[in-house]
Every structure is written in C-alpha cells, then in structure tokens.
Write a protein that binds this ligand. Structure first.
Ligand SMILES: [Zn+2]
Length: 251
C-alpha cells in the first residue's frame, strides 16, 4: 500500500486486478466503488476501516469491479476508434500517416515503454491500462516528439527543394524547427522554415504547407495574387486543403 500526498488517499493493490485508489472519508457510512471515465477505480471507505475487512469487501465484489472496468474500457475503446490521428489535439491516440506508424502492443507486465524502429513507434502497455489513460498517452506523446525532428530533417528539405524546382521557385535554405504556433514561414531572404509537427499530417497536407511557403517567395502577404498562385500550384484545391488542415489546428 502506498500513501499518496493526502493522508487519507492511497493506492491499494488488488491481486490479479491491479491498483485502485482508496479514499477514506470521516462521514462515509459504507464502501462505494467508483469507476472513472479513464477506467481507473476509486473505492471510498469510512475512515479507519480495518484493512482485513476492506480486503474481504473487495474480494466479495471483485466480479462487480471487473464488470465496471470492462464497461469503462469498452466506452474508451469506442472513443479510440473514432478519434482522429492528431498530434495537436489531445488525447493523441492514433497516428498512422504515410510517414509515421504508431502501433500498440498489450503486455502482461505492469509497465509502459516504447521502441522506435525507423518510422515505426511501438508502444508496449500493460494490458490492464486503457489506451486512452493518461500514463499511456504521456508515453505516446514522448515517443512521437522524439521521432519528429529526425523524420522531418530526413523528409522535409528534400521535398521542399523538389517542389521548388518543379515550380521554378528559388529558395536559399530550408530549416526545421519545433514551432507549435505555425506550420511554416518564409523569410525575405528565401529561407523556408517548417515545423517538425507537420510530420503528423497526411503527406498531401505537408505538400500544401510547403507550397504555401513557396508562394511567399513571390508574394509576401496573403493577397489575391498569392491565393491565385497557391490555388494554381495545388490543382485548384486551396480551399479544400485549407479546410482539411484546420482539423489539425494547434491547441
Ligand atoms: Zn502565409
């Protein structure tokens, strides 16, 4: 048993089930089971309840606890399936673009870790943790953040020069940063800056961001001529692509 910061709140390990949080309340008259949206469980008990008594109550209700958690997990998983792969909106659950593959593997050990093989992130998580739980998601974010700059440096400069050459636009330099407030920018001396977070987008949106910055080589503001040029370079789809890109806004 591990006492948390507050005196009357602590972790309690139920064999074969995992940790639950126990909260003691002075005025509680009975033991109550609460399942949270992230499928974690809190048991509220009267203050100073004998722990053998508590263990027996838990034993007698263990099936109920499993059922409660199962229901919460089902709800979570249906959310997981509906969620967008989106680094900038939380929670980040799925990420499967042409460039980055995020995979999950449930394991029996009570730990979470990840491994990166080329462009694949494999997250190993304890099979009793829900995928959307905070501790799993934290590892996912860490893993993604560690892989983005590397992948961006490998992919973005080549692609920028490719698109610049195709459209006969000259540039001076390409730089990768980790800006969270904008996808890209273009300096007056011809340096194209691209955020490594673009690597979480589908490939056609990465191209769209690059083309946008390339158009700034000719038109520095977002005037009519700029939009005409960008629309032409992306096959008349500027509005559609802009709309699509807005789904990935930073928060
Ligand atoms: Zn712009």
């Amino acid at each position: 048993m591990v006492r948390l910061n507050r005196r009357f709140v602590y972790q309690f390990n139920i064999e074969d089930f995992g940790n639950v949080t126990i909260k003691e309340y002075k005025n509680a008259k009975s033991v109550k089971f609460i399942v949270h949206p992230n499928a974690s469980i809190t048991i509220t008990i009267p203050r100073f309840l004998n722990h053998n008594v508590l263990s027996n109550i838990i034993k007698n209700n263990i099936l109920k606890l499993y059922e409660m958690r199962e229901r919460a997990l089902k709800r979570l998983n249906s959310n997981v399936n509906n969620s967008n792969y989106n680094i900038v909106k939380n929670p980040i659950i799925k990420l499967d673009t042409d460039i980055i593959k995020l995979e999950f593997q449930a394991i029996d050990e009570e730990k979470i870790e990840y491994n990166i093989i080329n462009n694949r992130i494999i997250v190993y998580y304890f099979n009793k943790f829900p995928l959307a739980s905070e501790n799993v998601q934290k590892i996912v974010v860490t893993a993604i953040k560690s892989i983005l700059p590397k992948l961006a440096k490998k992919y973005i400069p080549n692609r920028v020069y490719e698109l610049a050459n195709q459209n006969r636009i000259t540039i001076k330099n390409v730089k990768i940063n980790s800006a969270r407030t904008r996808w890209g920018s273009c300096t007056s001396n011809g340096t194209i800056n691209i955020s490594c977070f673009v690597m979480c987008l589908p490939i056609h949106l990465i191209d769209f961001i690059i083309l946008h910055e390339l158009c700034h080589r000719e038109f520095f503001n977002h005037g009519e001529q700029f939009h005409n040029k960008l629309n032409k370079l992306c096959g008349g789809k500027e509005k559609d692509l802009n709309r699509e890109l807005k789904n990935f806004k930073f928060n």
